[in-house]
Design a protein around this ligand. Structure first.
Ligand SMILES: [Zn+2]
Length: 435
């Protein structure tokens, strides 16, 4: 009897701590003029509305997708109506989608993962043991796992190098995924890259050439604490899990506003409010997760020809700057390579990705890793890694599913991005590798 009660108690506890989103709506606005873009940005800044932006107000003709809590729905739609702004209801009750997703996830036996079935979003530990297994047993001695330190909650942050196991001076590509916790498709896409780079070696001539020529550094989960938190407690969490004893009890920093590039500038693309989803943290590189990545990249920065930080969603391929409106010195090359990437993506499954400078984004993103990776020594916004081809892929979709992208899209997303990645390298080669 006691055991049964204890068991029931535990079940109740685990049910009780999981955040629910009953009645939360997902809306979208399709701005056809700048007034609407600005209005939506202002609306977001009315903090009492608790709007959760799923895509940022970017530019005219870029849909703005956002979650509205059940108790603010009437007020927000009233304000939109008053402003004469039309909106679509994308999702009536986000909790039903989360419930469906959870049913799929909990039916999965993660101890029986078959490497090639990319049909589920894996827990962090599964993802890491899978990566270690690939490195040790399925990579022909061309892989190495590096631990770059621990996260705020003590999880081991690892990345895999694919190319040459021992230290080399080969040119290299850096790819990270999962800095934003709720963007589950991102880590899944990193694992797909790992799979193709290791399994196609020796059978696909181009992959053999790429792996022989370059080292690929892939960091599948930048923010493991946040990732696990989205699985166990709050599905739509975005930030890290660091705690700075905020008076209101708010937790976490937006890792992608925490890098030392135009950090904390008041252009409006990051927040100094700890409760905000875009809180930039108390200081630049305050988050151990961004520190670890910086400290890994900087000593070998001259080896990198390209940097990708993979996000979702919106189907974009963005390049610097996101922080300021300045034109980057190699704008023509960033644009040419960006176009080659989105063309290659389109050719796989017909998905249209939009490429361009983040300055087409009307509201910047100060302190992003994309800008930090790109910023050269002595750049006015702060010195970075000086990597000439720095991109932020925003994966599928454009808001039909948003963060609740069904796992049957993991494979097609992986396939199209894999084509994009290879196209990028070939286009850079055709221009000439950066010095
Ligand atoms: Zn993101």
């Amino acid at each position: 009897m006691m055991r049964v009660l204890l068991f029931l108690g535990l079940v109740a506890l685990s049910l009780a701590i999981k955040k629910r989103y009953d009645g939360d709506h997902v809306l979208s606005v399709y701005p056809t003029d700048e007034y609407t873009v600005h209005y939506m940005h202002d609306l977001y800044n009315r903090e009492y509305l608790y709007m959760d932006l799923w895509t940022e107000p970017r530019a005219v003709f870029s849909p703005i997708v956002f979650r509205v809590t059940a108790d603010r729905y009437v007020e927000i739609t009233r304000q939109l109506d008053e402003a004469g702004i039309a909106y679509d209801i994308r999702v009536n009750d986000i909790q039903t989608l989360i419930d469906e997703e959870e049913a799929i996830l909990s039916a999965k036996d993660y101890s029986q993962i078959v490497p090639e079935d990319f049909d589920a979003y894996w827990p962090f530990d599964t993802l890491m043991s899978w990566t270690e297994d690939i490195s040790a047993n399925r990579c022909g001695g061309r892989c190495a796992i590096t631990s770059i330190g621990t996260s705020y909650e003590g999880r081991n942050i690892r990345l895999i190098k694919i190319g040459t196991q021992t230290n080399t001076t080969k040119r290299a590509v850096f790819i990270d995924c999962g800095i934003h916790a709720r963007e589950w498709i991102a880590p899944a896409t990193c694992t797909y890259f790992i799979w193709r780079l290791t399994q196609d070696y020796g059978s696909v001539a181009e992959v053999t050439r790429l792996v022989d020529t370059y080292d690929f550094f892939i960091q599948p989960v930048v923010n493991p604490d946040g990732y696990e938190y989205t699985r166990d407690v709050e599905r739509l969490w975005r930030k890290t899990r660091s705690d700075y004893n905020d008076a209101l009890g708010c937790i976490g920093t937006d890792g992608n506003r925490n890098y030392g590039s135009y950090w904390g500038s008041d252009e409006g693309g990051a927040s100094d409010e700890p409760c905000s989803d875009t809180y930039h943290g108390p200081s630049e590189f305050s988050e151990v997760e961004s520190q670890r990545q910086r400290d890994f990249i900087l000593p070998i920065k001259d080896r990198f020809i390209a940097f990708w930080t993979v996000h979702s969603f919106g189907q974009y391929m963005l390049w610097p700057w996101g922080s300021v409106f300045d034109v980057p010195p190699n704008e023509a090359e960033l644009d040419q390579v960006g176009q080659a990437i989105v063309d290659a993506i389109f050719n796989v499954h017909g998905r249209v990705y939009t490429q361009g400078q983040s300055a087409v984004v009307l509201y910047g993103t100060q302190g992003s890793s994309q800008d930090w990776a790109y910023a050269w020594e002595g750049n006015p916004g702060g010195s970075g890694a000086g990597i000439e081809y720095s991109y932020t892929p925003e994966l599928r979709d454009t808001g039909t599913w948003g963060f609740e992208l069904p796992p049957d899209q993991i494979l097609p997303v992986g396939q199209e991005m894999w084509a994009g990645l290879q196209a990028m390298i070939r286009e850079i080669e055709s221009i000439g590798l950066p010095p």
